[in-house]
Each structure stands twice: as C-alpha cells, then as structure tokens.
Design a protein around this ligand. Structure first.
Ligand code: ZN
Length: 370
C-alpha cells in the first residue's frame, strides 16, 4: 500500500497549545484541565474502521481512558457485524474498569432506543464519570444524550477535534443535513484532463498504485455508481479488489441511465447487489439511494453522468488521479457547456494532494453554493 501523506488544512494547528476545554455542569462552566486530543485522535481512527460498514448509521469510535489518560478499552461501530454502538463495544470491553473512567467518543452519545438501548444510559449505568465528544448529534431523534448525561451529574466536554471528526463522518452528516448521500466523484485522467483517447480506449491511464488506492475508496463506500454509458463502454466489475478483513458484503452497485445494458455485463454477477435506476432524472436516483440506506456513494461515472451530477449540486468531492501523460485529442473528464467566460469558473476547495508513484492524486471539496 502507498504511504498516506494526506494534508488536511484544518489539522495544521494540532501542534499548537491545546484549545480551552470547557464543559458545563448544571449550567456552570468548568475547565477540566485535561487534553483529550490524543485519545480523540485514536477514537477518530477507530471510527474510520467503520467506513463502508456502518450505513445507514454514522461511523463512531470510542476510547475509555483512566485518570492518567491510559487506554482501558476501545471500540467502533461495526454495524455489518454487530448492532452495538461504539460506546457499548468499549464499555463491554472495559467491564468493571469503566467505573470512574472517562469515555472519549467521536459523536455525542445517543439518547434514543433504536435496535440497541441508548448509549447515554449505558454510560451512566457503567459508572463512567466524564464524557468527551467531538461532534454534537444533529439527528433530532437521537440527540439529547449530553443533557441526559449532565442530568446524571456526569462531566461532559464537547467539541474536542470537532472539525476532524466531522470530516471523517461527512457522509453521514450530509445525509442528515440534506437528506441525500454524500457523493465522491473519482476520475483518472491525463495531464490534459482526458479520460479516453479519440478511439474510445480508456484502460490504464493511471498506474498500479493509483488503482490500488481506488480499491480502498471503493471498500470504504456504501455504493458505487456509474452510468449506463460506462457499463456499455468498459464493462467494469465495480468490486473492491484486495484483502479487506471484516466485511460481509461488497458495496451495492448502482447503474443510472436509460440505455439498454448487456445482460452478461460483469456488474450483473453475484459478487454484490446491483440496482439499475433506468432514469435520467437525478431526483429518482437520489430517492433510490436513500431507500438503499447508503451514506457514501463512490461515483465512477464518465463525463456525461458526472457532469450532470455536478450541475445538479449532487457532487460533494472530486478525487482526481492524474497520470504524467498527454493525449492531445480525446474525451475530457468534464463537459462544461456554459457560456465561456472566466467569471463562470467553479472554484473548489483543495483538501489534499499525494504522489502515487508518479501519478498525482488530489482531493477537492465542492461547496454547491454554500
Ligand atoms: Zn448509541
């Protein structure tokens, strides 16, 4: 695997003195004097083990520490294998040692009874005395965990590494905010932004390391989306290749468009579920994806569907793998047919860049007017 040298602009301040950690007990501000950054970083890393396994739930990681910040137990939400929330996994692992401890968790503990009991109550029952979390639960149904904990005289610290934890949970947060999944469009291009030569050939623009990197992103998604064009032209399998432990099934393959598909296309084998949305209406696509309960959709579409989605504010992130090559003529990855004037350029937010054996991978955020 390539070494990940990801640059997150919002993580640049991590070496600065810890921010003020403020909590409220009974409405009164207190400063616990503890720096929970290291434990929270571990909790975020644990949460990310749930990528591709937690939908329609959020990814969540939890670490239980003692008064010296030593780790007693940890857990993450692995919905593919267990209904237990991260806090419950950690509490079960801690056993009696949870009494008097601190739990550091990436998301506000839930307060509702879903397929499992509320985590807030389990934390109270375990005798945990301090709860530290990064992101407040925006889901009205589950929110209120912090209030329940405070009412039980538990010290609650909120907002530790909020931006970082929110970034790793961006797919689920998007789902709550916009009632649609989070869409990442992956493209592999030449330096002159071509995805195929004029004769239509498109295989192997990028190198082996880039293609291995794509497998990880496929594995961490809940669905992989292409248009009918791509199935007809390239016959992709759309299955994460490689060894990924702990996954019971592959991401659902979603094909969108109105063209007739060959019945022997690779996407119709039984390596994963495949759903065909035989419509060009992107609202119909979103409705179907919501029905499927997916949080993160990895879009491997070509220029037609990808550009239509961008135009409809349905892309949140662009990941572009650029090979050090030029094709001259050929197919552009993006079709832009607005009146061409410089004021129409769409500005993206640069998130990270890494070099993969000569290819350049860059991640950009798309604001969709926000
Ligand atoms: Zn919970």
């Amino acid at each position: 695997m390539p070494t990940l040298m990801v640059h997150f602009p919002f993580m640049e301040n991590l070496s600065h003195p810890p921010r003020e950690l403020v909590s409220r007990v009974g409405g009164q501000k207190i400063n616990t004097g503890m720096d929970y950054t290291v434990a929270m970083q571990r909790a975020i890393a644990l949460a990310e083990k749930g990528l591709g396994k937690s939908a329609p739930n959020p990814i969540v990681g939890a670490v239980i520490i003692d008064a010296t910040s030593a780790i007693i137990a940890e857990g993450f939400h692995d919905r593919m294998n267990s209904p237990d929330h991260a806090e419950i996994v950690a509490i079960k692992a801690a056993g009696d040692k949870a009494k008097g401890s601190t739990i550091v968790v990436t998301l506000e503990p839930c307060n509702h009874t879903g397929s499992t009991g509320p985590c807030a109550q389990a934390i109270i029952d375990a005798g945990i005395t301090t709860v530290v979390y990064a992101v407040a639960d925006p889901n009205a149904q589950a929110a209120g965990g912090a209030a329940t904990l405070r009412a039980a005289n538990i010290t609650v610290v909120e907002g530790v590494m909020r931006d970082e934890a929110a970034y790793s949970n961006r797919a689920w947060l998007m789902k709550i905010k916009k009632n649609r999944p989070y869409f990442t469009w992956k493209v592999a291009t030449t330096l002159d932004a071509k995805v195929a030569a004029t004769d239509g050939t498109s295989k192997w623009i990028t190198n082996e390391v880039s293609r291995a990197d794509v497998q990880v992103l496929r594995r961490q998604a809940d669905a992989i989306l292409v248009g009918t064009n791509t199935v007809i032209a390239d016959d992709p399998h759309l299955i994460p290749r490689g060894d990924f432990a702990g996954y019971t099934h592959n991401p659902v393959r979603v094909i969108c468009g109105e063209q007739t598909l060959p019945t022997n296309a690779q996407v119709f084998d039984n390596a994963a579920d495949t759903v065909v949305v035989a419509s060009k209406d992107l609202d119909v696509l979103v409705e179907k994806l919501n029905e499927l309960g997916v949080n993160h959709v990895f879009v491997e579409a070509g220029p037609t569907l990808g550009s239509a989605m961008l135009d409809h504010c349905l892309l949140d992130e662009l990941i572009i793998y650029q090979a050090p090559s030029l094709l001259g003529s050929g197919k552009q990855f993006f079709i832009f047919d607005y009146p061409s004037t410089i004021t129409n350029q769409m500005r993206l937010d640069h998130i990270s860049t890494q070099v993969l054996d000569g290819d350049v991978k860059s991640v950009y955020g798309i604001r969709n007017g926000e």
